[in-house]
Design a protein around this ligand. Structure first.
Ligand code: 1HN
Length: 344
């Protein structure tokens, strides 16, 4: 049975409803609850690094850091229209440039952020005083509420990809920031090099002393890459996948967004199950193609792309390819709506 539309209601009734601050549900019911599968606004989108890089470097000439605070070009998902500040419903992505000697001042906010280092050496993020170097492929966390600033002590431009749960926090009307009065924070060393040097080992703490809430804030690329290579050697499969986790709890690194590293072997395909959460992918190394809902995205090193809810995805690598997947699975799991369906 087709449900009634708004236009078949008398004009005086519609005017009286509007005046009373109400609206009928039936004309919008199917839109809110489509049958069987959600309707995605998010559309597959490909951002080529070779296009972003010159634009970012030009932003470096046009806008001094003092006039930008964060010199970022936001990756607008095509499904959300021009100049949209989102790639998926809950994932914001931006490419950030910091030039030698520059400093992006300290602040903290309710959205959580993760940096994925793309190019250049010598820059670090200071998070709650911990100095986290950002070398290409590194994953660096700035969970919500933590003071953070960026410094650059190297010689060449540094570029990284920011991923934040900002669209969700904006939707929740819970997004805000505070700026710090002070200059650079006191520095403690990177815990990936001090307390969490080997997986399966953590510092012994006396009874009653809790582990830090966000113990490991930097995942050096070298270790991630080695872990993927070991897994793929042992498994004999076309694709290996590792999850970034909090080593003290075994949970994901953030409450909202999940992060995985993927290795797809040269000449091989992998077709993961269609899953409910939308996702974004960043190519750390390699070259290949991903077919997303029938749309082919031919990617290269440092490119970024995204896929909507329940997307059918087939990855194919021309050479051994390393991707980082950012997805909304922690949200879906917490809400009890996480699903996987066969990739047909
Ligand atoms: C932010 O804090 C950073 O700290 C980058 O580098 C991008 C986009 C929206 C809101 C906060 C950063 C951001 C951001």
């Amino acid at each position: 049975m087709e449900l009634g539309s708004i236009t078949e209601l008398p004009a005086d009734y519609r005017a009286e409803m509007a005046a009373a601050g109400v609206t009928p549900l039936w004309p919008i019911l199917r839109d809110s609850l489509p049958r069987g599968t959600p309707r995605a606004t998010c559309a597959p989108t490909h951002w080529r690094y070779e296009k972003l890089r010159p634009l970012l470097l030009r932003a470096g000439e046009l806008t001094p850091i003092e006039r930008a605070e964060r010199r970022v070009l936001v990756l607008s998902g095509t499904g959300y229209g021009e100049a949209a500040a989102q790639a998926t419903p809950s994932i914001y992505l931006g490419m950030q440039l910091l030039l030698p000697g520059e400093r992006a001042p300290s602040h903290r906010h309710t959205p959580s952020a993760v940096r994925l280092a793309v190019e250049g050496d010598g820059a670090s993020t200071l998070v709650e005083g911990e100095k986290l170097p950002m070398e290409p492929g590194d994953l660096v966390l700035t969970p919500n509420g933590e003071w953070h600033e960026h410094v650059h002590e190297g010689q060449e431009p540094v570029i990284w990809l920011d991923a934040l749960d900002l669209p969700l926090l904006i939707y929740l009307e819970a997004s805000y920031a505070e700026e710090a009065e002070t200059e650079a924070q006191p520095r403690i060393p990177d815990r990936s090099a001090v307390e969490y040097v080997a997986s399966g080992l953590r510092p012994k703490r006396p009874a009653g002393v809790a582990a830090p809430k966000n113990p490991l804030r930097r995942f050096p690329w070298k270790r991630t890459r080695e872990a993927l290579r070991a897994l793929i050697r042992s498994g004999g499969k076309p694709c290996a996948e590792m999850e970034f986790i909090n080593p003290e709890t075994g949970e994901g690194v953030l409450a909202t967004l999940g992060f995985c590293a993927l290795l797809i072997r040269a000449g091989r395909q992998c077709a993961p199950a269609r899953c409910s959460p939308p996702a974004a992918f960043h190519v750390v190394e390699g070259r290949g193609c991903s077919e997303i809902n029938g749309e082919k995205i031919r990617w290269r090193r440092k490119d970024t792309f995204c896929a909507p809810a329940f997307a059918s995805i087939i990855h194919e690598a021309d050479e051994d390819s390393y991707l980082i997947r950012i997805d909304e699975s922690p949200l879906h799991r917490k809400l009890g709506v996480y699903e996987e369906r066969a990739n047909v």
